[in-house]
Write a protein that binds this ligand. Structure first.
Ligand code: GLY
Length: 342
């Protein structure tokens, strides 16, 4: 079943086809947002539009895609009203806000932090892991010590709002990671999960700069009320994010366990290598998730975004409700993704 999602709750600034110059735009399994070598950034969800502003400030002035994606995702990381990323993120079931993030550049360099606490910008720590250590991943206390040794300041990331929501959740302690599925699958009376079903997501961002180089970043506080120590897909290179400067880049949002199972972002990039357009590649990856767990797939959300070397972009999700944000010289737009289920 493949239907276009009913567009709810995101702003669409005009039609991309109207905004784009003739011959520079096509919808055929992916929007062509920029000619090869023209800067473009795309990110998950409607809040990606604000994050794209930070990235675009870098790209529009000739900056590197790596700097752009770091600057972009730092915006939701610092936004306490976003309860799924960075400061203000919902905690695990023991009340700890633990963050996962990774970053990857055009030279296959990558860095990642897992289960990092008390640091507002895990993406910048991930970048330092990439640039200043011989390693790719630092986790937990080791990641925190590394951050502090490099000048990051400690901050309590659990805001009053997230603490209140967590305490409310403790009354039932029901762990049910249905996320970002439209209300038809969420009955508040029988399934109370404050801040949960409509509110778990991740920012994944991929960008191409004026030199045609591609980078990506992905950062999250992960599933609300997860087990302490749980790590999702977001900091796992190949799962939450993958960049291959010859082909393109992809990132994921949604239930990380399902993304890891298929090494989702790497799969999307390999499908683009075989010639699929970004949206088609994202769709195939979503279909793989359905094949691997038909029953599981009905009650969870997973979404992918992708960018290819030609500057074409696309996204696709399991459930209706996913959108992605694109910024280029031609458009600045939130796009509702097609979904597998209607
Ligand atoms: N995709 C984010 C997570 O599962 O933690």
């Amino acid at each position: 079943m493949q239907t276009r999602r009913k567009f709810l709750g995101v702003s669409l600034i005009g039609s991309a086809a109207v905004l784009a110059p003739k011959n520079s735009f096509a919808i055929s399994g992916g929007l062509k947002e920029a000619a090869s070598g023209s800067p473009v950034v795309l990110s998950t969800w409607d809040f990606g539009k604000t994050a794209n502003v930070g990235a675009w400030n870098v790209l529009a002035t000739g900056g590197r895609a790596l700097d752009a994606v770091e600057a972009g995702v730092k915006i939701p990381e610092a936004d306490e009203t976003n309860q799924t990323i960075g400061y203000g993120g919902l905690p695990d079931r023991d009340g700890y806000v633990t963050l996962d993030a990774c970053i990857m550049d055009e030279h296959y360099n990558c860095g990642s932090v897992m289960c990092l606490q008390d640091i507002v910008h895990p993406i910048s720590v991930a970048r330092l892991v990439m640039e200043k250590t011989p390693h790719i991943i630092l986790a937990g206390e080791g990641a925190l010590q590394f951050a502090l040794a490099n000048g990051f300041k400690r901050k309590n990331l659990l805001t009053e709002k997230s603490k209140k929501d967590w305490k409310e959740w403790l009354k039932t302690s029901k762990y049910n990671p249905q996320i970002n599925i439209e209300n038809r699958l969420y009955d508040k009376k029988t399934d109370p999960m404050p801040g949960g079903p409509k509110n778990h997501d991740t920012i994944g961002m991929v960008a191409m700069d004026a030199n045609g180089n591609i980078s990506g970043a992905c950062t999250t506080s992960g599933l609300a009320y997860k087990m302490h120590g749980r790590v999702g897909d977001s900091p796992v290179i190949g799962a939450g994010l993958y960049v291959d400067n010859e082909v393109g880049a992809a990132s994921a949002s949604g239930v990380g366990e399902e993304v890891i199972r298929i090494v989702g972002s790497h799969l999307v990039v390999e499908l683009m290598r075989q010639g699929l357009k970004p949206e088609e590649a994202c769709k195939k990856a979503v279909e793989r998730i359905v094949q691997r767990g038909p029953e599981r797939s009905k009650t969870i959300q997973v979404a992918f975004i992708a960018l290819n070397k030609q500057g074409e972009v696309g996204g696709y999700s399991l459930q209706p409700g996913f959108s992605y944000s694109v910024r280029s010289n031609m458009i600045d737009q939130v796009i509702p993704a097609k979904s597998y289920y209607s």
